[in-house]
Write a protein that binds this ligand. Structure first.
Ligand code: FPP
Length: 225
């Protein structure tokens, strides 16, 4: 088995997971963020060192205020503990998304996470929060235009260097939980050649077997292309 270099997770189904158990949606989000370190460990054991997780999209702000506030507070209050765990395991934290329009506390937490872990070498955790795939590409293009020095020959590399994932390998495998066959505007540039594996389990219940099945599918496709 060849391990994918980079798996991107679309963490869907927190709400349905909670509802199924008669719990409020926020309980699903809590179980969801508490499950991230386990999934990260499973991936590392399977030889995958770069992981992206889609935590919150730029469109998600349209959700009820109770839910948006819950996840924002979760970031503000729980990120340091999670990042310490990453740091202890020599994993670098990368944030993909717009930071400027978040609360001062959330910005501080994200900045601290990036700074604390910037020299870590054993893996990367890319946290997509306040993220949109098209918005990321447009943001990079606007920066290039403002710099005004991108020639036709170097345009692709320069644009890539302005993405939030600059320097990371392309996504080999997208794993989406919750059963929907959708990309939801996640890492559109980086996933251009990725395999897509959709699992029925909701995010808080994703298992090692689900990830192994995704990796097996990736291997099956790779021998054909
Ligand atoms: C989709 O499930 C999930 C989200 C919109 C949020 C995912 C976020 C996390 C798992 C944790 C993020 C961590 C921090 C610290 C902010 P959904 O609730 O839309 O599921 P549904 O389709 O069942 O309604």
């Amino acid at each position: 088995m060849i391990a994918p270099k980079h798996i991107a997770f679309i963490m869907d189904g927190n709400g349905r997971w909670a509802t199924k158990q008669g719990l409020p949606r926020s309980a699903g989000h809590k179980a969801g963020y508490e499950h991230i370190p386990d999934v990260l460990k499973m991936c590392q054991e399977l030889g995958v060192n770069v992981i992206s997780c889609y935590a919150w999209s730029t469109e998600n702000w349209g959700r009820p205020e109770k839910e948006t506030t819950f996840l924002l507070r979760a970031l503000e209050n729980h990120l340091p503990r999670f990042v310490k765990e990453l740091h202890d395991r020599d994993i670098r934290f990368v944030h993909s998304g717009f930071r400027d329009d978040l609360t001062a506390k959330a910005q501080k937490r994200l900045n601290e996470a990036v700074t604390l872990t910037e020299n870590n070498q054993s893996g990367v955790f890319n946290f997509a929060y306040n993220y949109g795939g098209r918005a990321e590409i447009l943001h990079a293009a606007r920066q290039l235009l403002a710099e005004g020095n991108a020639s036709h020959e170097t345009l692709e590399q320069k644009l890539e260097a302005h993405l939030w994932t600059a320097g990371l390998p392309d996504v080999d495998l997208v794993i989406r939980t919750g059963g929907d066959l959708r990309l939801s505007n996640f890492m559109l540039w980086q996933s251009a050649y990725a395999c897509l594996h959709v699992v029925g389990n909701y995010w808080p219940a994703i298992t090692r077997e689900d990830i192994e099945a995704g990796i097996a599918y990736f291997n099956e496709v790779m021998v054909r292309v």
